[in-house]
Design a protein around this ligand. Structure first.
Ligand SMILES: [Zn+2]
Length: 241
């Protein structure tokens, strides 16, 4: 029985390692996913700069078209002014031409600003795209590391599980089932050492007759308070080796 108790302590240590390795293995795709999402966001931000640049150019082009239209109309109005006899008609045409000249000046000014803005977007886009390329390379090498990490963690985990199967094999069905049940209920901590006169799992005091039974190490003795399988110090120490 004592050997079985030692094995249960070993099983608990092994399960702890298996949980740690499983968590590490599970965290790899998460981290990769986060990095990929961050990369996509940077890539989208760089392309957004390109979209802004195109939009500036398109707005500048619209303004140039307006200017061309206005200038055509101004030329026509000037011809009318030259050919007109009626002072009233000249005044009306003059007024319209002046209004259009003001619009042309404003549109040219705005178009110029838009072209300058497009230049700034162009420079920002180039910087952002260069950074994205750097990050693409980093992500690629991270992916390679991940693949080899996953492989070696997977191997380590398989080895631990093999060890676990070997350790569990000679245990009695009762010991195995009790361990599994308590481990489930107690976050994997199915075994607790008796420290002084109390259970190290929950801290409750053990009655003297229980203490004697635990010290004898010849039965599966669950703590009355937390249900963990109690073992004496020497069994605990042997299982930790
Ligand atoms: Zn307890």
């Amino acid at each position: 029985m004592k050997e079985q108790l030692v094995s249960l302590v070993r099983l608990q240590h092994l399960d702890e390692r298996i949980r740690t390795q499983t968590k590490r293995l599970a965290s790899i795709p998460e981290e990769l996913g986060e990095r990929e999402a961050a990369f996509s966001a940077r890539e989208a931000a760089a392309e957004q700069l390109e979209a802004e640049r195109k939009s500036c150019l398109a707005r500048a082009q619209d303004l140039e078209n307006d200017v061309a239209k206005h200038e055509l109309r101004i030329t026509k109005l000037e011809e009318q002014i030259h050919g007109a006899r009626d002072a009233g008609a000249v005044g009306v045409a003059q007024h319209e031409a002046d209004g259009l000249r003001a619009k042309v000046a404003a549109a040219q000014e705005e178009a110029l600003q838009l072209l300058e803005e497009a230049d700034r977007y162009s420079a920002d886009r180039d910087t952002a795209r260069a950074e994205v390329e750097e990050q693409r390379k980093e992500l690629e090498s991270f992916r390679e590391v991940v693949v080899s990490d996953e492989a070696s963690l997977g191997e380590a985990l398989a080895a631990l599980q093999g060890e676990r199967a070997e350790l569990e094999q000679p245990l009695s069905t009762a010991a195995r089932e009790l361990y599994a049940r308590v481990a489930d209920a107690r976050q994997g901590r199915a075994v607790a050492v008796m420290r002084g006169n109390s259970c190290s799992g929950c801290g409750s005091n053990l009655p003297p007759n229980e203490q004697v039974k635990v010290s004898a190490a010849n039965a599966l003795l669950p703590c009355r308070s937390c249900g963990r399988i109690l073992v004496p110090q020497e069994v605990w120490a042997a299982g930790a080796e």
